[in-house]
Design a protein around this ligand. Structure first.
Ligand code: FE2
Length: 420
């Protein structure tokens, strides 16, 4: 059960599910954690945070639950006992619902600031670097509440606002991944600023190329590819630009195999920050909903990015996928009902894709395929096809994707008996 309490009610042994504060005010630099010591409790009480939410399934609860909170918790879970997984999913949905207006307002505010930043830069005026940090903070507050929802509202981009919303989305994705990687607070903030500024060089790109709806010609691509160097030159004029922002601006289009631009850097020559930026930049670009092209769904985008060998850092890409909580198209997953299936597209919420089930774990047997709505039968975890079906996985995957029930196995796969 998730219960909102005043910080004064917090006790050692409680599990903090979320804190109502900007990430810069978060003294622990984590969203969720158990309070294990008196020192940690004292740190929380001394912080500017007024309220937190605790998860009583993972730690101790409060002695007396405030009536209003108890009523809400019972209302959410359908009973005061432990909720099963589908109920937990429904609870998450209800919790995130009322925040849609807040998210839109945060996005609009950020967009206004970023548009002003780019407008001034386009007019040749000095870039107001001081204006960047509050925008990063604003985005981070929205992220703290519900990262998936914020990233979702940044997907729709009208033509004339694409660059601004893309900058905000890349900032959000980079902050989210950097926090997931456990990088220090100052570094995360600089990474967020770098995300906002990574495409600032596009203010020097002619608008007819920047806003062109169709495919760019060779000459136009050459012009477009100048923006990392242009942006780097603009930022270098400011003594207070961080090294991270300079590096990300210049190197966010580099690829591990050396096929990127502008410098064709290879492997370790590309910094961690530029590698993070490359993943977040491409993910947002290909999933953006544009008036003139079909966007890739988040599942499809992740599946394709995994296939582009030599493009991204594979370890960071895995961390990015795990942090998004979105399964790539074709990924093997286990559902709450203990069935294995592969992820299909479909459904409005990328956290709850359709899954085509074909294998029953307790019986260790193939079953007729069935497309399952994962908002009703949630995904428990990802699984490895080559572990469950050592030699037959490519054939089984192809059958299931084609909508055919795979032929029975002979004998039953060894791995299926024990699980992992
Ligand atoms: Fe770029």
């Amino acid at each position: 059960m998730i219960i909102r309490i005043a910080v004064g009610e917090a006790r050692v042994g409680m599990y903090i599910d979320s804190m109502e504060c900007a990430w810069i005010d978060n003294p622990f630099w984590r969203r969720s954690f158990a309070i294990k010591t008196d020192a940690e409790l004292a740190k929380l009480v001394a912080s500017p945070i007024a309220h937190v939410s605790i998860d009583t399934t993972k730690g101790r609860g409060v002695t007396v639950i405030p009536t209003a909170e108890r009523r809400r918790a019972i209302d959410d879970s359908g009973s005061s006992g432990a909720a099963d997984a589908p109920r937990a999913v429904e609870r998450r949905r209800r919790r995130s619902g009322p925040q849609a207006g807040d998210l839109t307002r945060a996005l609009d505010r950020s967009k206004e600031h970023v548009m002003a930043l780019f407008r001034e830069a386009r007019l040749g005026k000095a870039i107001e670097l001081g204006a960047v940090t509050p925008v990063v903070d604003d985005i981070s507050v929205a992220l703290q509440r519900d990262p998936a929802a914020f990233i979702k509202v940044t997907r729709l981009k009208l033509n004339n606002e694409y660059t601004y919303l893309h900058s905000i989305a890349v900032c959000a994705l980079m902050v989210n991944l950097a926090m997931h990687l456990g990088l220090p607070e100052d570094e995360v903030r600089e990474i967020g600023a770098a995300g906002l500024l990574h495409d600032i060089g596009k203010v020097a790109t002619p608008l007819d190329i920047l806003d062109k709806a169709g495919t760019l010609g060779d000459e136009e691509w050459l012009v477009m590819r100048r923006h990392p160097r242009d942006g780097h030159a603009m930022l270098r004029e400011h003594a207070d630009t961080s090294q991270i922002a300079l590096d990300v601006c210049l190197h966010h289009h580099e690829r591990l195999d050396g096929s990127g631009y502008p410098e064709g850097l290879k492997g370790d020559a590309i910094s961690l920050h530029a590698r993070i930026a490359a993943i977040c930049d491409v993910y947002d670009a290909v999933t953006s909903i544009r008036p003139y092209k079909r966007p890739w769904s988040p599942h499809e985008a992740l599946a394709r990015m995994l296939e582009w060998e030599g493009h991204f850092d594979p370890v960071l890409l895995d961390a990015f996928i795990a942090n998004l909580g979105i399964q790539p198209l074709g990924a093997l997953v286990r559902l709450n009902s203990n069935r294995l299936g592969i992820v299909l597209d479909g459904g409005e919420d990328p956290a709850f894709p359709l899954v085509r089930t074909f294998f029953d774990v307790p019986d260790a047997s193939l079953r007729p395929i069935e497309d399952v709505d994962t908002s009703r039968d949630p995904i428990l975890r990802s699984e490895r096809g080559d572990y469950w079906f050592p030699d037959r996985w490519p054939d089984i995957l192809a059958s299931v994707q084609a909508g055919e029930t795979p032929m029975p196995l002979d004998p039953v796969p060894i791995a299926a008996a024990g699980g992992r």
